[in-house]
Design a binder for this molecule. Structure first.
Ligand SMILES: [Ca+2]
Ligand SMILES: [Ca+2]
Ligand SMILES: [Ca+2]
Length: 295
């Protein structure tokens, strides 16, 4: 190898080592402060406050305030300078699916509070081991990160925003709120989210429990009435309801056996006309209803 080439390679290696060193320094900084928008003076003030505040190894029982949905949740924070004490944070939960992309903004709505957010996968009943810098760990919780001061706010440091975060797991997440370096009371905030849904669909038919007339739809393969299998395919005949669901409604609403049989006859006739069942299944639906002891 020519001397000139060797010198060029040595110079390149030296430049690369400086770059890697700087990158490592930056990533170390990020574990302490993710801000890009607060002033150097404010950042120094906050760093000093965080550095000089002793860590509290809290082991208190915690409760969740509410579940986050794709909407706005208002909260009031009761404590000052509590980044170091997980027992005093506000806790919220939400459901997520791996790969979901979510935004969660934590915005103060009154001057004073210096909001900061922390995200975990899992839920817990104790604050033990929740602080990102705590040497202990909480076996139920996986720490995912914290956000602080990355949304400008003129009143005191910045607000906190998690943007385009890709959820790594499917299940329940914990979103925690604290006042990092308090600037006084009152301490009111809002949590704005996108990409998070509170829809609960217990039977998985695409209808939210809140609007599903049968949130636990009967999904047996065939329609069975009081132990009598009609052989009719138990399909969804309405967006949220199967045949067996509607027959159960007949039993629930009929004043006597004759009313129940008439109700099933009306359904079976309509299903036959719609082509959902054949003549034989129509016959057995009505026969099963007739021979049952329902309602
Ligand atoms: Ca903040
Ligand atoms: Ca449903
Ligand atoms: Ca249903």
């Amino acid at each position: 190898m020519k001397l000139r080439t060797k010198i060029s390679m040595l110079f390149a290696c030296f430049a690369l080592s400086i770059f890697v060193s700087c990158t490592q320094d930056q990533s170390t900084d990020l574990t302490v402060e993710t801000t890009t928008d607060i002033s150097i003076e404010d950042a120094a003030k906050k760093m000093e406050m965080m550095r000089t505040t002793p860590m509290v190894q809290s082991k208190a029982a915690i409760t969740y305030i509410s579940e986050l949905c794709e909407d706005v949740v208002s909260g009031t924070y009761a404590y000052e300078n509590t980044w170091n004490n997980a027992a005093l944070w506000d806790y919220y939960s939400f459901e997520g699916t791996a790969g979901d992309v979510v935004d969660i903004s934590l915005l103060r709505t009154t001057p004073g509070m210096d909001v900061m957010s922390i995200l975990f996968f899992g839920t817990t009943t104790t604050s033990d081991g929740l602080h990102p810098f705590s040497p202990s760990t909480n076996p139920d919780m996986t720490y995912l990160g914290f956000w602080d001061d990355n949304i400008p706010n003129p009143s005191c440091f910045g607000d906190a925003g998690t943007f385009g975060f890709i959820l790594p797991y499917t299940g329940t997440y914990t979103f925690a709120v604290n006042d990092n370096s308090g600037c006084g009371f009152p301490k009111n905030y809002e949590i704005h989210t996108t990409g998070i849904s509170c829809i609960t669909d217990t039977d998985g038919d695409g209808c939210d429990d809140a609007v599903d007339p049968h949130p636990n739809s009967n999904v047996e393969a065939t329609v069975t009435i009081d132990g009598c299998d009609s052989g009719a395919p138990n399909i969804y005949v309405e967006p949220c309801s199967t045949m067996s669901d509607l027959i159960a409604d007949c039993a629930a609403n009929a004043a006597n056996h004759a009313e129940f049989v008439a109700c099933v006859k009306a359904l079976a006739t309509a299903w036959r006309r719609a082509g959902h069942i054949d003549g034989r299944q129509n016959y057995y639906l009505q026969r099963c209803a007739s021979s049952s002891s329902l309602p």
